[in-house]
Ligand binder design. Structure first.
Ligand SMILES: [Fe+2]
Ligand SMILES: [Fe+2]
Length: 149
């Protein structure tokens, strides 16, 4: 019989995902608030995106070090391919955020509108990523982890 997952591990992952989604929602509000924002608003958005990038890099590094994904594979080895697949998405997701920050920081004409579209695509990719990750966590655990997606 498998041990139950440490509830603090689950709540930690949940807290990080909630924090991530809060940041994404705040950024979406910034992008949709104005079609032609003042330079100070663009600078604040770039700063928030950089902060999101730091949060995400820390979150990804923690997932890569072990935790729920590793535990899921240990319980159910056939999940190895799915777990490897989600982990391999991490560098590409960070790269997309870097490209978005660079585009906005360069400040060329149209950068804000294009950046808003890039951000929407990025936010959708993060949601897909976390949903796939939660599916691996949940499948590897007999008990209901009660994860959002
Ligand atoms: Fe992840
Ligand atoms: Fe995650």
């Amino acid at each position: 019989m498998l041990d139950r997952t440490d509830p603090t591990l689950v709540s930690h992952v949940m807290a990080e995902h909630n924090e991530l989604f809060r940041r994404l929602t705040d950024l979406r509000t910034r992008f949709t608030a104005s079609a032609a924002p003042a330079p100070a608003v663009i600078a604040a958005t770039v700063a928030d995106l950089a902060e999101l990038r730091r949060h995400l890099a820390t979150h990804f590094a923690r997932e890569e070090e072990g935790g729920l994904l590793e535990e899921s594979v240990a319980r159910l080895p056939r999940l190895a391919a799915a777990a490897g697949g989600v982990l391999r998405q991490h560098p590409g997701l960070l790269g997309r955020l870097d490209a978005l920050v660079a585009r906005l920081a360069a400040g060329k004409a149209g950068a804000w509108t294009e950046g808003a579209a890039d951000f929407e695509a990025f936010a959708a990719a993060i949601h897909d990523h976390e949903r796939a990750e939660n599916a691996v966590f949940q499948e590897g655990h007999v008990e209901d982890l009660d994860l959002d997606d």
